[in-house]
Design a protein. Sequence first.
Length: 194
Amino acid sequence: MSRDARVDDYIARSADFARPILEHLRELVHRALPGAEEAIKWNMPHFLISGKNVAGMAAFKAHCTFVIHGDGRQGDAMGQFGRITALSDLPAESDLAQKLQTAQGRVETSGTARKPETPRKPKPAIAMPDDFAAALAAVPGARAAFDSFTSAQQRDYLEWITEAKTAVTRDRRIGQSAEWLAKGKKRNWKYEKC
């Protein structure tokens, strides 16, 4: 168990109501995670495994907070447990210990306490509108430029055209797109660095 004197100082400087809460959380973390190290990060006590954040706690004027990294956010205060003003506001010790050990497992297997991100689903393809295809065919080089773009660059044009709210706007966008494509320009060419 690695203790940091700065955490002792932090707790000692906290409001009277906060000290027992912070001391309780500190002891609970060390019981649940015997190898945890302490540090001050973002001006708050944190508990680390192999140098990676697992949990942190903080005291404010009228409440404390406790965060287990990677365990999601709930409530209107920092961390998952809302505004903690008394020990009775905390969940059961066994529940907290389980959450801490789960976060430790994430650190040990992936190097971070965060939950692994689920891969994003690819966006569905947007069909080429007939009027846009006709406009591209009528302007030399426009269709060839469009076909040479990546699917994301093609999507930029297709979304811009298909999301038009009126026929007048759609026609204007189709004409502008054909003109830009004939020059080999991407949809957002104005914002590219020269």
